[in-house]
Structures are given as C-alpha cells and as structure tokens.
Design a protein around this ligand. Structure first.
Ligand SMILES: Cc1cc2nc3c(=O)[nH]c(=O)nc-3n(C[C@H](O)[C@H](O)[C@H](O)COP(=O)(O)OP(=O)(O)OC[C@H]3O[C@@H](n4cnc5c(N)ncnc54)[C@H](O)[C@@H]3O)c2cc1C
Ligand SMILES: NC(=O)c1ccc[n+]([C@@H]2O[C@H](COP(=O)([O-])OP(=O)(O)OC[C@H]3O[C@@H](n4cnc5c(N)ncnc54)[C@H](O)[C@@H]3O)[C@@H](O)[C@H]2O)c1
Length: 473
C-alpha cells in the first residue's frame, strides 16, 4: 500500500515554508529533486547578492579617487569570495534537508516527482528505485530553469547558466553574456567589477526592457560605459574559440565576439515538462506555467501551485507571499485568500542599482490614464552632493485626481532600499501629499531624494495621457 499524506509538496524552495504549525499533527511529504532550499538560496537571489556586495566594494575602491581618497584595488580573490559565499549557503541547504528528513511530521523524498494519477506522485530516487505516494492535498512549488537557445545547445560548445557560473574555479579574462535582462545586468556588474572584460549581447535596443523606457535607456547608456554592450543583435553561430579554447560567437551583423566563457541568461521556464501534468489533471498555460485561479488552485481538485512554476512574476518575494497565502488556503477552504499580485516591486542589483513598482509611463499612456510625472535627480539633494552623483534618478508617476502614486522607478545607489516608503505608500493607499508631509524625513539622508520627488509632483498641473516620454534631465 502506497504511503498517504495529508500534504505533499513538490519543491523545497518556497514550498518548504508550507509546513506550518497547522500541520503539526499531520503527515507532510516534502519532495526535492535538486539541491534542498531551491533556487533563491542555492543559485539565485542570495549568492548573487553576496557577489554583488563584493563587486560594489571593488567598484567603490576604484572610484574612491573621485572624492580625493586615493586607493588601489590590489585584486579580487575569487576563490576566497566564492568559498566564503558557498561556505555559508551550503550548510543552510544541508541543514534544511536534514530538518525535513528528521522532522517529527515530515518525510523528505529526495528525487524527481511526477504525477501518475490524481494527487498521486511517483518519485524517481537517485538509486534508481521509484516510490509512489498519495496525498489529500498537493502543492506544486517546482520553480523554473534557465532556457538556453538552440543556437547554443546545438553547437556543443560548453556554456554556463546562473546555475553554474558562480562556482567556477577561476575568473575568465573575457566573459560573453547572452541576454539583456536581470541576470545579465547583475552578472555583468559582478564580473566586470572583478576585472573581467564583459560583453553583453542583447536582442532588444536596450537592456532591461521590463523597465520604464527612460530608465532602461539611461541604464543602457551607463552600461555601455562599463561593459561592451551590443544591443539589437542576434547570435547566429556559436563555435569553439581558437585552439579549441573558449568560445566564438557570430552575430547577425557579421561581427564576431571572442570570449573565454559564455554565460547564457535568456530567461527561465517553469519546471513542468517532466511533471506528468496530464496524469495529474493540471492544465498548463502557453508558456509552460501551471494555470492557477486567484487562490492558487490548479485545474486538479486538491492540487495547488505557487512560485515560479505558476506565478506571473519570477521573484522570491512573490513566491514567498504566495506561499503564505496558500499556507492559509490549505487549511481554510471556506475562507480562501487571493494571491497578492498587486503593486509588485522588483530590484536589479547591478551598477547602477534599479528598483521599480507599479506602472511605467508607457503603461499609463497605453491604458489612457491621466498622470503627472516628476524626475528627481539624486545630485540635486544634499546627500547626492556628497556622492558627487550626476546620473541617478527617482521618477514618480501619480494620478492627479486621487493624489495616489501609479508608479515609482529609481536608479542609483540604494535604489532597492529607497523605494520601500513608496511601495508602502502605494500598498496602503497613502496620497503623495501625505507621504511627503505626513512624516519626517531625516536630513540630510539619501531618502530626501524620495521626499523631494514626492514634493516635486505637481498634482494641480494639467494631467497627461499623451504618448511622449518624460526626459530624465
Ligand atoms: C541568478 C538568479 C538571481 C535571482 N535573484 C533574485 C532576487 O534578487 N530577488 C528576487 O526576488 N528573485 C530573484 N530570483 C528569482 C527567485 O530565485 C525565484 O523567483 C524563486 O527562487 C522561486 O522560488 P520557487 O519556490 O518558486 O522555486 P525554486 O526555489 O526554484 O524551488 C523549486 C524546487 O523544486 C525542485 N523541483 C522541481 N521540479 C521537481 C520535481 N518534479 N520533483 C522534485 N523536485 C522538483 C527544484 O529542484 C527546486 O529546488 C533570482 C533567480 C536567479 C536564477
Ligand atoms: N534581482 C532580481 O529580482 C532577479 C535577479 C535575477 C533573476 N531574477 C528573475 O529571474 C528571471 C530570469 O532572469 P533572466 O535574466 O534569465 O531573464 P529576463 O527575462 O530578465 O531576461 C531575459 C533576456 O534574454 C533575452 N533573450 C531571450 N531569448 C533570447 C535569445 N534566444 N537570444 C538572445 N537573447 C534572448 C531577452 O530579450 C531578455 O533580455 C527574471 O525574469 C527575474 O524574474 C530576478
């Protein structure tokens, strides 16, 4: 007889948070086919930001002379940086696995799960055996994986993705990055700050296309000052480099890029291809994500999904928020909570740093929303003077009739921290006037950038819904 559980969870990333006290006296199976703890802990947010912190430091040393402080970057000890980071992370993953293996109410299945029936799962274990289990409720929290274009896979040339690049044994001299999104922007910053010559190959006319266009354009301009950025370009051929070492990329412009390593960062796709979704009765969306309703229920009764495998955002704070919602919904079938998908902020930890929430100016125009905008330069505030800043901005977009923010877009030092009062204001429906003047802003802290941006919004100015783009000044 196959073992039966109250709850079976596929994926130990955000899914691991579902084992709440509500299940203390119930039986829970946690199934993990990869490294325990999932993407964010092992190959995502956490290690990348630990590398970014070291990269920021290296840049600061190089830039110190601008402030009359003479310093020389003597080198970056890659192996030491790498081992410090994973020396901290790997034990957390290991501890999490042991905790679930030895837990009073949990059983850890370490293998790849697939549906073989309704709420029936078969797990392929590393030793070749298979175990089957059933459950009253199943949560699919199986995440996503890097997509690699055919031109790369079919070439047979070795390449890295974000899953592997952080564990390499030595820094390459030249790194080519395919893609112009989040991972490309963050990894380009890390490796270039560590002294690697970085070439970024992006299809679009500018990097980070998801952003407000003005911000994306300025980011791309600043990126060109640091990295070799090729926009509007397609890679049409991938070969081994001269003498069989490294890689040679042929572009549609007939140009050639030579590099020692290739990092592919061209998006991530939901892990549903080998999940047996048909057998489980789970419908998929066109892009491979599991279809869920507003409460996280899949098309199969008793089966839920959360995080990258189903969410419209591939962000850890979204996966976490969904996990909190589903943890509630699993035990409150008569009082279901909707997945929290409104005003989702995100940050890109590159150089410069970027943070964004709400609508871009283009989206306001597309939706015909009356709006006013204001762009506050960091350099026009006291702390910005201290930083000798000439490029960083806080761009706000507000609805003049309600006084509420529609969007906020920051680019510059600490952008991901500075945006938080704006995220809060939007979440709690606080007006621009109240946010600006209903609280103190410490003088002369960098947060005055946000205060001044709020004060700069002219809610009585003629509202705009045309098609031009506010210049960043
Ligand atoms: C390089 C990188 C940097 C990132 N940085 C940030 C950041 O700074 N901020 C941010 O918000 N987000 C960031 N993200 C995104 C974030 O990591 C993800 O959105 C988040 O981790 C998704 O969590 P999840 O629980 O949905 O999936 P995961 O954490 O991926 O967990 C899914 C787990 O399921 C397992 N699994 C899959 N299929 C099966 C199966 N059939 N059987 C058994 N186990 C299975 C996988 O092995 C995996 O461990 C980053 C992502 C990457 C790749
Ligand atoms: N700071 C963060 O929150 C953070 C950091 C890293 C990753 N992430 C998450 O992980 C996801 C995946 O990151 P990503 O950078 O791989 O994806 P992305 O969607 O951010 O960017 C993918 C890029 O690859 C390009 N591309 C796609 N197919 C291509 C092809 N065949 N050839 C050339 N270019 C191609 C796209 O135009 C785009 O520029 C992100 O969307 C984000 O949600 C978040």
């Amino acid at each position: 007889m196959d073992p039966h559980y109250d709850l079976a969870i596929i994926g130990s990333g955000s899914g691991n948070a579902l084992v709440t006290p509500d299940f203390d006296d119930k039986r829970v199976a946690v199934i993990e086919g990869g490294t325990f703890g999932g993407t964010c802990l092992n190959v995502g947010c956490i290690p990348t930001k630990m590398f970014v912190y070291a990269a920021d430091l290296a840049r600061d040393v190089r830039d110190a002379h601008r402030y009359g402080v003479d310093a020389t970057l003597e080198g970056v000890r890659w192996i030491d940086v790498r081992d410090r980071i994973f020396g901290r992370i790997d034990p957390i993953s290991e501890g999490g696995r042991k905790y679930r293996q030895d837990g009073p109410n949990t059983t850890a299945y370490l293998g790849h799960a697939r549906f073989t029936g309704e709420r029936r799962l078969t797990v392929a274990l590393p030793d070749g055996r298979e175990e089957t289990l059933t459950a009253d409720q199943v949560v699919v929290a199986a995440g996503a994986h890097p997509v690699v274009p055919d031109v790369v896979t079919e070439s047979g040339v070795p390449f890295h993705t974000s899953d592997t690049i952080m564990r390499i044994d030595e820094l390459p001299r030249r790194l080519a990055i395919l893609g112009g999104g989040f991972i490309a922007a963050e990894m380009a910053h890390v490796f270039a700050s560590f002294g690697v010559h970085v070439t970024v190959l992006a299809r679009a006319s500018h990097l980070l296309r998801h952003l407000d266009t003005g911000i994306a354009q300025r980011f791309t301009d600043l990126a060109r000052e640091q990295w070799d950025v090729r926009t509007g370009t397609n890679v049409v051929g991938v070969e081994r480099g001269a003498g069989g070492a490294g890689v040679r990329l042929r572009l549609d412009s007939a140009a050639v890029v030579d590099a020692d390593l290739l990092l592919v960062a061209t998006g991530r796709r939901a892990n549903t291809a080998e999940l047996g979704t048909d057998a489980g009765g789970l419908r998929l969306l066109e892009d491979g994500r599991i279809e869920v309703d507003e409460f996280g229920r899949t098309s199969a009764p008793g089966v839920w999904a959360l995080g990258d495998v189903s969410a419209p955002y591939q962000l850890k704070h979204v996966a976490n928020a969904e996990a909190r919602t589903i943890a509630h919904n699993l035990v409150h079938h008569d009082d279901l909570r909707p997945l929290p998908h409104r005003r989702v902020p995100s940050g890109v930890f590159s150089h410069p740093q970027i943070a964004t929430v709400g609508l871009t100016e283009e989206e306001c125009v597309e939706q015909g929303l009356a709006h006013v905008t204001y762009v506050q330069a960091y350099g026009d505030t006291a702390y910005g003077w201290a930083m000798e800043d000439t490029t960083s901005v806080c761009k706000l977009i507000a609805d003049p009739s309600t006084g509420l923010l529609l969007g906020a877009h920051l680019m510059g030092p600490q952008a991901t921290t500075l945006i938080q009062p704006l995220v809060q204001g939007m979440a709690f429906g606080t007006t621009v006037q109240h946010l600006a003047r209903g609280q103190y802003w410490i003088h002369p802290a960098l947060a005055e950038v946000v205060e001044n941006a709020l004060l700069g919004l002219r809610l009585d100015a003629p509202a705009f819904s045309g098609d031009s783009q506010t210049t960043l000044g």
